[in-house]
Structures are given as structure tokens and as C-alpha cells.
Design a protein around this ligand. Structure first.
Ligand code: GLA
Length: 368
């Protein structure tokens, strides 16, 4: 049962903030190797309400956790191991460690970003809480510092070794302009989606399996491949360096090949966007999927099937897995106006064949 802020804390909230989930168009599993990414925001968001307190107690409640009680912790005494509350504790710890003075607060959280869908529900939570804290306590944090604080919370407190893409996307991207981000320097440019293009996002209904463990393994493999090649990060390599890949042992050769070719694809995707060349952009998405499936090995058969079904649609230019992988969602590049119907047909066939529960998340259903 959903409860209002007033019902939970017997007073009104002082600050309201929100932040979106993201879909990555292309540039997958490159952000912890210093590569390029190209995410956009999705309409699904996490919304928070907050009221400061005079003491150092934090009380938090999430509408998404059925039947949950109000959780509590003291600032400065954050301890991991408390589920969704770890994201809130991680944020207060990261903000305090960065020298920001906080007071206690009451917090209500509500989100329609599906967890485990590969659409950054965690970054949406981190950034929405940071936005509320920034306003409530007048914190001097710019957009990039906020994203870094979100990543720190996740890396150091939650224990997920993620890159910086999701927090940057949640804080800086919007729904119609892709964020072309260089994850090495954190410099970025906004690249608009052509008017003739429409993105469709389908959740496979399969929450990323083993994501934690496998994600960490991929990251370690990239670090080891870079070490063997005598470089700092794989993102330093370009197409001209592909000849060096066969010197690496299996599966490090495949992992490195994915990062190099994916980085090239992101640059090509940005030119395709600027030139309005949707067929070319679609081919790049398909090539990215194949590389993630065969070289990086982060896809699963159900997701491969969704991508195949999408590619059979006449108004679809290309499709691929998006996010961390091992389940989650796919992104489809379709002709504007045709996306919703194509997505609905793909989901119907997918459900028939696999018995899984697929959902078209973007574009939102047309309300009569
Ligand atoms: C997750 C991580 C990101 C990124 C993607 C894969 O979403 O949070 O940092 O590594 O996986 O591209």
C-alpha cells in the first residue's frame, strides 16, 4: 500500500526531486575501460520527497518495496547490507566524505524505473537523492561531481564495480538528445536524435542474472588485457591496434576486441546521427549486439531472440541489448511513429515463444 510523506512522517516534505533511468544507444561495457558511450534518458523516473531534520537521523521509506517499514540510520554510521537503503547510505557517506555538511532528513522514494531491467534504476535513485540533498542543504556540487558521488556510493558502499555512464546519463541526458560521453575525460556533447527516428525499449522480464558476479569478471578481464598489452585502459586502443589482439589469451582477446570495435562504433554512430543516416545507425546497433553476444558474452538466448524478432520488423533499422546484460532490456531504432506497434508485435511473438513477460517501456502506451 502506498503511503504519503505526511502519513509516514507526520509533516510535509520541503524538497521534491527526481531523476530518470537511461537507455544506452551504443557504447556498451566500455565505460570502465575509458571508452565512449551514447545514452539517453527514458521517461521512467525515480521521485523523492525530503524534509530536513534537526538531528543526524535519516528515516527513509520506499514505495517500491512492498510492506516495508521506515528504515533508519545515523549520519556517519552508515553500514552496508540493508538492501535498497544501501544506496541512500552510500550517498550520504560519499557526500560527507567529499566534505559536504549534511543534517538528518526524512525521505520518501517512489520509482517506475524497473529494477534489474538494465535501465539504471540505481543511478536514478542515487541522482534523485543527491538532487534533493543538494537543494535541501545547499551543497556546492556541480553535475559531474554529483555523478561521481553516485558512482562512489555504488563502488565503495554498495560494492558494485560500475563505470560512470549511468550516473552521468541520469544527471545530464534527456529523452531526445543522446549524451556522447568520453568516460576517460568526462567531457561530453549532446547529439540530437533525428526527427525521423524513434527509440523503442523492451524489457525482457528477465532480471539480470548473476549480473554482479559476471560484471565484475568482465571488468577484471579488461584490466588484465590492458595490463598484458602494457597500457592503462583498453579505451586507449583504436582500430589500428586490432593486430595486437591475437597475442592475448582466450577470452581476453574477445573482450579487448569488443571494447576496441565498440568504441569505433560509437564514433560512427555519432556521425550517423549527425548525418541523419538511420540505416547506418541501425547496422551499427546490430553489430554492437553481435559483439556483445559473441565477443563480450553478456547476452542470453531470450534477449538474442528479442533482438532477432525486432530486426524482422519492416520499420526497424536495428536493435541490440542495452545496459549491463545477462537479461534486462533491448533498444530498437525504428522509424518515427512506427515504434510502438513494432514493439507490441515483437513482445507478442516473444511471449508466445518463450513464455516470458515482455514489456514495451518506451514509447509509453498511447492513452485514448
Ligand atoms: C551497467 C553499469 C555501467 C555500464 C553498463 C554497461 O549499467 O552501471 O557503468 O558499465 O552496465 O555498459
Amino acid at each position: 500500500m502506498s503511503r504519503s510523506f505526511a502519513d509516514l512522517f507526520s509533516r510535509e516534505p520541503q524538497v521534491r526531486a527526481d531523476a530518470p533511468g537511461r537507455v544506452n544507444l551504443i557504447g556498451e561495457h566500455t565505460d570502465y575501460s575509458g571508452g565512449f558511450v551514447l545514452p539517453l534518458a527514458i521517461p521512467q523516473r525515480t521521485r523523492v520527497e525530503l524534509a530536513p531534520r534537526e538531528d543526524r537521523l535519516v528515516r527513509a521509506w520506499s514505495a517500491n518495496m512492498k510492506g516495508t517499514e521506515i528504515e533508519e540510520f545515523q549520519l556517519g554510521e552508515e553500514r552496508p547490507g540493508r538492501g535498497w537503503l544501501d544506496y541512500v547510505q552510500g550517498i550520504t557517506q560519499a557526500a560527507q566524505r567529499a566534505g559536504h555538511a549534511l543534517q538528518g532528513f526524512d525521505l520518501r522514494i517512489e520509482s517506475d524505473v524497473p529494477p534489474g531491467g538494465g535501465l539504471s534504476s540505481s543511478a536514478a535513485l542515487e541522482i534523485s537523492v543527491l538532487r534533493a540533498l543538494r537543494e535541501a542543504f545547499h551543497l556546492e556540487m556541480d553535475d559531474v561531481q554529483m555523478a561521481l558521488a553516485g558512482q562512489k556510493a555504488e563502488n565503495d558502499f554498495v560494492g558494485a564495480p560500475v563505470g560512470i555512464m549511468d550516473q552521468m546519463a541520469s544527471n545530464l541526458a534527456d529523452e531526445t538528445t543522446a549524451l556522447f560521453l568520453d568516460t576517460r575525460t568526462l567531457s561530453y556533447e549532446k547529439v540530437p536524435l533525428p526527427a525521423e527516428a524513434e527509440l523503442v525499449v523492451i524489457n525482457s522480464g528477465i532480471s539480470h542474472r548473476n549480473a554482479g558476479g559476471e560484471y565484475r569478471v568482465r571488468r577484471q578481464e579488461c584490466e588484465r588485457a590492458a595490463e598484458l598489452l602494457g597500457i592503462h585502459q583498453l579505451g586507449e586502443l583504436s582500430k589500428q591496434d586490432l593486430w595486437r589482439i591475437p597475442s592475448l589469451p582466450e577470452p581476453l582477446d574477445r573482450r579487448a576486441r569488443h571494447v576496441i570495435t565498440e568504441n569505433t562504433r560509437v564514433r560512427c554512430a555519432v556521425s550517423a546521427l549527425r548525418e541523419n543516416d538511420l540505416p547506418r545507425l541501425g547496422k551499427l546497433l546490430c553489430a554492437s549486439h553481435e559483439s556483445l553476444r559473441d565477443d563480450y558474452q553478456v547476452s542470453i538466448p531470450e534477449i538474442d531472440r528479442l533482438v532477432e524478432l525486432a530486426r524482422e520488423e519492416p520499420d526497424v533499422y536495428g536493435a541490440r541489448i542495452t545496459g549491463g546484460g545477462f537479461g534486462g532490456s533491448i533498444v530498437i531504432l525504428a522509424r518515427r511513429g512506427a515504434g510502438r506497434q513494432a514493439g507490441d508485435r515483437v513482445v507478442a511473438r516473444y511471449e508466445d515463444e518463450t513464455g516470458e513477460d515482455g514489456t514495451v517501456l518506451v514509447p509509453a502506451p498511447v492513452t485514448p
